[in-house]
Design a protein around this ligand. Structure first.
Ligand SMILES: Nc1ncnc2c1ncn2[C@@H]1O[C@H](COP(=O)(O)OP(=O)(O)OP(=O)(O)O)[C@@H](O)[C@H]1O
Ligand SMILES: O=C(O)c1ccc[n+]([C@@H]2O[C@H](COP(=O)([O-])O)[C@@H](O)[C@H]2O)c1
Length: 226
């Protein structure tokens, strides 16, 4: 939601604060999140990026989701508390749907220009989100590339429907102040990490450890090594 048509502050206007919102499950947070948060902050000329921990992604099953406090703690461990900030605000606002959270944030912080940040995998899926057109109508979208999702995202339904609102990457530093709808796909260095891969590695490691303990217990019971 922008007051000025061209989004350029008038001479003498106080510069509005610019905050990027990286909403996510953070189950757990990882270097891929930090990579996109830093990249987005720099290229979209943002004052801060909030790692906004979701109380529960409406499209993801609750099964396998770590408790909110644990996910928040993992995001806090990635943040520096100054430029990259982990926040529980979405849970505090009592919303789970992004359109509802953004409506509340725009109301609570009228002096802030928010940019909704997401990896290409989320743009690929955006047309399944509740009121996704309203999200794009009122909040600028900054899309970060992600291995194996870029082609699908750009060929997807949301990118197609919003094609008139796409801005070139060279306008990235002005995205936060742009008249909405506006979105940018940022070509940039990519990071292949995912929470899914981390969870799989962790459960493989604990299965391995369990097998080792099991083998050691069996050999102790059988009196081996005496
Ligand atoms: N490596 C990455 N590159 C680009 N974007 C990423 C990357 N990792 C996470 N993101 C983005 O960060 C936001 C939060 O992601 P999320 O917490 O779901 O992590 P994830 O690794 O995608 O998790 P999962 O594998 O469990 O789906 C999303 O917009 C997602 O697209
Ligand atoms: O509002 C929706 O319908 C909606 C559907 C899917 C995902 N989201 C949001 O998208 C963000 C990324 O989610 P995730 O689980 O991929 O990290 C997070 O803030 C979710 O709440 C939102």
């Amino acid at each position: 939601m922008r007051g000025q048509r061209d989004g350029v502050p008038k001479h003498g206007d106080k510069r509005r604060m610019r905050i990027g919102l990286l909403g996510g499950s953070f189950n757990p947070a990882h270097d891929g999140h930090l990579h996109v948060a830093k990249l987005a902050r720099r290229r979209f000329a943002l004052d801060q990026v909030w790692l906004m921990v979701s109380p529960g992604n409406p499209l993801k099953p609750a099964h396998g989701m770590a408790p909110f406090a644990e996910r928040l703690a993992s995001a806090q461990a990635m943040a520096d508390g100054r430029r990259i900030v982990a926040t529980a605000i979405e849970a505090k606002l009592g919303s789970r749907y992004t359109w509802a959270t953004l409506t509340k944030l725009h109301r609570l912080f009228p002096g802030v220009d928010f940019v909704w940040l997401m990896g290409a995998d989320n743009l690929e899926d955006l047309a399944r989100w509740q009121r996704w057109r309203s999200i794009a109508a009122h909040t600028a979208l900054g899309v970060l590339p992600r291995p194996e999702h870029n082609m699908g995202a750009m060929a997807g339904r949301a990118a197609h429907r919003l094609r008139h609102a796409r801005r070139p990457a060279r306008a990235a530093s002005r995205l936060a102040a742009a008249q909405t709808p506006a979105w940018i796909f940022l070509p940039a260095a990519q990071n292949a990490l995912s929470a899914t891969a981390l969870r799989a590695a962790k459960s493989a490691a604990s299965a391995n450890e369990a097998a080792t303990i099991d083998a050691a217990t069996r050999s102790a019971i059988n009196g081996e090594g005496q």
